[in-house]
Design a binder for this molecule. Sequence first.
Ligand code: COA
Length: 395
Amino acid sequence: MLTIPGKKRGIKEEIFEMSDEPTVVYASGLEGVVVTRTRLSSVDGEAGRLVIAGFPVEELAGRASFEETLYLLWNDALPDGEQLSALRKDLAARRALPRSAVGVLEAAAAERVPPMTALRMAAGTLGLKDGDARDDALTLVAAFPSIVASYRRLSQGQETVEPDPELSHAANYLYMLSGEVPSAEQTRALETYLNTVSDHGMNASTFAARVIVSTRSDIVSAVVGAVGALKGPLHGGAPGPALDVVFEIGEAERAEPVLRGKLERGERLMGFGHRVYKVRDPRADVLAAAAERMYATDADMELYRLALEVEKTAIRLLAEHKPGRNLDTNVEFYTALLLHGLELPTELFTPTFAIGRVGGWTAHCFEQQALDRLIRPQSEYAGREDRSWVPLEER
Ligand code: COA
């Protein structure tokens, strides 16, 4: 067995020869392993470039409605007017939750479970009948905002708000949360966010969805698995803490001492650094521009200015603290600012991420179904080989 020194500390990579098979690479986190070909998105961490179905994220995210992005992901082309209005109608018709989902959400609210757990529980009720894949995907995408908004209201002891079929997917989500029709700027900001996070290469939740559907299981099962993967703190991210730091700093003059103190205590600055992006995360700029436009009309511009100051100071101090590492702003920093500006509570940040990413998950499921190849990696046995059975009375 040959051990290759890991490029990063803590990553164990080995190559071992198996008698009748070609050389097999062992990478415990599948780093560097290409598991499929996709036309859905490309993440270039060195160049800081994200392409979604052919469009650089900065070209697409601020222009497309979420429905257009969804159509693009599913069909590899932008819709014409007729195709778009048909998709809008299809989605709007599926927003109302089935009785089983409402019952599950009421039970979840009584138990005060976290919103991602409630989303996982209710999403499972969307596949009680074996449906056609496309039909299931439409239902999942349409129902996610209804689940998250209804659960929020139920857990606050409020009546749920009926969906409004006249509103766009993004506007209806905000409407079902607050009971008020959002402004055009608020809707645009949310659409930009949902488009930005709609797909991102072979991340853990997307991989989970593809593994499940590769067994010829159904899309609802695949998406429930993906929600489970996204729920983990290493994936769903923690935009909440990034915002907490901005609030803790409070005024621009305190940015340097507070951030310096954190670095000196060995703490990580939330919203900075990325496993794949070794330069600025391209999603940060898209979301910063969207946040700036929305804060200018619908939110507290002072907070936006403070966040810019915090960001500038953090990048400067990180360069000082970790020279040569290129630690820069990631998607979480501006996600936090943007979603906060939309008056979303921190605990809805990850479920709102899921509302965008379900577009990518379902598109990957279609791709995997077309490929129709079971995903079945190997493991290396590291246990004993020489045990003999000992009867219970002799152990
Ligand atoms: N603040 C302070 N130091 C940081 C840092 C941050 N945000 N991100 C990385 N570093 C430091 C690490 O402590 C490490 O230092 P060491 O070598 O002295 O131990 C070095 O930079 C390693 O960086 P790198 O290998 O690029 O990071 P990673 O791939 O292990 O981690 C993250 C990537 C995202 C987990 C990491 O940057 C992080 O924890 N960021 C803050 C949390 C966050 O914003 N998460 C959301 C990501 S979208």
